[in-house]
Design a protein around this ligand. Structure first.
Ligand code: GDP
Length: 653
């Protein structure tokens, strides 16, 4: 009896599991959470994209209500020792890999959302890898299954448990679903995962449970919540036992009306009390912030922390919880970093030395997070510039910055990482010369202006969700420094891509006359239309691409076998079946018109050259340089080999 009591004590100390929802963009992660909490963040968010880690707490009473219809399916009453579930919603866009990693590192269990029609997509695989690396247990939500236009003739039953609604479908609808299910299971199997529909799953520990859901009709949502509760309670009690050790992560730093700058935090272990002194990672030069909590604000039930929810003031919160902290001096707090509290037994301790020592230790710990992120960025930087050291002069000054004042939507460090990754992945990638956090000032424009003397097109500032001070804007306008601003990271990326494309296109247009693509032509002797200038002959493109303006030579050798190219002139027209074309590819047969100046006027087909001579493009050092600089994307590996051969033939050094 005694031991039973002990067990109960332990159980009463269980904390709510932290659930992270992961998956590829557009699979319906936000919509599922919306459905769960009956809100519509998805519709309201800028661009409909989750850009931020958010949190939603559901009490067990709320879950009991939301899963009430499960009784129709299982006839078991809902019961749990868990206080509730805390959902963290992470962004799906690929630039946010690091934010997702942060989200998944906090969680106890994950829901991997897969769109049944699209199967395993890029970020699904990335999420799978992350979950495996961290040994995080997860279940799969097969979303968008229950669509009238997807599963044949599906008759929806709003909010119904899956099995219940499934039983009632027609035979061919069921079959259609089974076929799709089997397809997705095969895809998982190919990646080494055994999966099974959750109610058919006999080996929960080895096979991943899948719940078919529709965020639109709400079918399968009760199953999802119920399964999360069941699995956590059954298999994760040990991990979910409440511990006093304090673990807390700052998600966002934002202004709250009436409270000034506040912190949204996820408390994943321990207790936070209103009279605690917190130790928060701060941006240099201010550094660590040590401040007393003024108020603890808890969002009302089933509301999303980012929403303008109703908050209630509380004296203390226990893990797991998402809570907003109001305190003085939080302006420079770093989101994404851990937070600590001054141990309560030391708070009013007379042993000042010990207290100071402990606070210093904890300060170092939280400040380490800033160092880690900075090191990470520095490392990216170094890797990048070392790789491209020959091009170091070709840098843009980039300030993907965030403003503490208007940090309501974004995490600066996550955004910085996202932008750095984006610039790195561009081809050719863009080295970054500077990064900064905060509004764009005159000083930033002056720094970026250094590039004006080298490569003016790279005097660029990317400003993410920050203000540009009017003086800075005016100076940039005068000097020709480009400033791109946006509140959504995609928009910033799109604007920059568009700008780069314009620059490349402009450069290409200027270089078309100079750059020469490699090409080799075979003369078709039965198609000699005009053997004198302008020469018009039929040719087959043996290798490379034929473009207008290409200078052409007959590939001849003298009697001792030394290359003796015979210059014929430039291609002025290409025709396929009497139609003009700009470009022709290997394998095509075309009529080509070649024109030359006075120096070649006497050359004739059949005299100085004939069908036994191959025709090739004439390349020079300048033409090669122009080609490499501006048309890197348009030449393939065979072109590179071909150019090499032509270089030898034309003795280009
Ligand atoms: P996220 O990027 O994964 O958060 O995806 P969202 O929740 O923003 O959803 C992407 C789009 O898919 C939105 O237009 C949703 O309305 C739609 N969607 C989400 N879940 C479902 C579903 O179960 N069925 C259907 N038909 N559409 C869905």
């Amino acid at each position: 009896k005694k031991s039973k009591k002990k067990d109960d004590d332990k159980d009463s100390q269980l904390k709510s599991p932290i659930v992270v929802v992961m998956g590829h963009v557009d699979t319906g992660k936000t919509k599922i959470l919306d459905r769960i909490r009956h809100t519509s963040v998805q519709a309201r968010e800028a661009g409909g994209i989750t850009q931020q880690i958010g949190a939603t707490y559901l009490t067990k009473e709320y879950i009991a209500k939301a899963t009430a219809r499960m009784k129709e399916q299982t006839s078991k009453p809902f019961e749990t020792k868990l206080p509730g579930l805390l959902f963290i919603d992470t962004p799906g866009h690929e630039s946010f890999a690091n934010l997702r990693a942060r989200g998944s590192s906090m969680c106890d269990i994950a829901v991997l959302v897969v769109d049944l029609m699209h199967g395993l997509e890029k970020q699904t695989l990335e999420s799978l890898k992350m979950l495996t690396d961290r040994s995080t247990p997860f279940i799969v939500a097969l979303n968008k299954v229950i669509l009238i236009d997807r599963c044949l003739d599906w008759v929806a039953d709003e909010g119904a448990p899956f099995q219940l609604t499934f039983q009632r479908q027609k035979q061919h609808t069921k079959q259609d679903f089974e076929n799709r299910l089997s397809g997705i299971r095969t895809e998982f199997a190919e990646k080494g995962w055994n999966t099974e529909l959750y109610f058919r799953n006999k080996n929960v520990k080895t096979d991943i449970s899948m719940v078919p859901t529709s965020a639109i009709t709400g079918e399968g949502i009760p199953d999802l919540l119920d399964l999360l509760i069941q699995l956590n309670e059954k298999y994760m009690r040990r991990q979910l036992r409440f511990k006093e050790k304090f673990v807390c992560t700052v998600l966002e730093v934002k202004n709250t009306i009436g409270h000034g700058t506040t912190l949204d935090v996820i408390l994943s272990n321990g207790t936070l009390r209103k009279d605690d002194t917190i130790i928060v990672c701060g941006m240099p030069p201010q550094g660590t912030i040590i401040t007393n909590i003024r108020a603890l604000l808890l969002p009302s039930e089933a509301s999303e922390m980012r929403e303008r929810a109703e908050y209630k003031l509380v004296e203390e919160v226990h893990a797991s919880a998402g809570v907003r902290i109001s305190a003085n001096g939080l302006e420079h707090a770093v989101p994404g970093a851990h937070m600590q509290i001054v141990p309560r037994n030391l708070k009013n301790s007379k042993d000042h030395a010990k207290r100071r020592e402990e606070i210093e230790k904890l300060s170092d710990e939280v400040q380490q997070d800033y160092t880690n992120v900075c090191l990470f960025i520095l490392l990216l930087f170094l890797m990048f510039n070392l790789k491209k050291n020959v091009m170091i002069h070709r840098c843009s000054r980039i300030y993907p910055v965030n403003n503490v004042e208007c940090m309501s939507k974004h995490q600066p460090l996550g955004a910085l990482e996202a932008l750095i990754t984006f610039l790195q992945d561009l081809k050719p990638s863009i080295p970054i010369c500077g990064i900064n956090i905060g509004d764009v000032h005159k000083q930033d424009v002056i720094k970026a202006g250094v590039m004006l003397d080298h490569q003016p097109e790279f005097a660029v500032i990317l400003a993410f969700n920050v203000k540009v001070d009017p003086e800075a804007r005016e100076l940039a306008r005068q000097n020709g420094v480009q400033i791109f601003t946006a509140e959504i990271i995609y928009h910033l990326e799109d604007a920059f891509n568009k700008y780069m494309k314009e620059i490349y296109d402009h450069r290409k247009a200027g270089a078309t006359d100079l750059a020469v693509f490699p090409v080799e032509l075979e003369i078709l002797p039965e198609h000699i239309i005009h053997n004198k200038y302008p020469i018009v002959i039929g040719v087959k493109i043996v290798r490379g691409t034929l473009r207008k303006h290409t200078p052409i030579c007959a590939k001849k050798y003298d009697s001792s076998g030394v290359a003796a190219p015979l210059y014929l002139g430039k291609v002025v027209g290409i025709q396929v079946e009497k139609k003009d074309v700009e470009i022709a590819k290997a394998g095509e047969k075309v009529a080509v018109k070649i024109e030359g100046d006075e120096t070649v006027k006497n050359i004739q087909f059949g005299r100085q050259f004939d069908q036994n001579d191959r025709l090739v493009s004439l390349i020079s050092r300048d033409s090669l340089d122009a080609l490499k600089k501006n048309f890197q994307d348009d030449i393939d590996s065979d072109d590179v080999k071909h150019l090499h051969a032509l270089k030898i033939y034309f003795s280009v050094i």
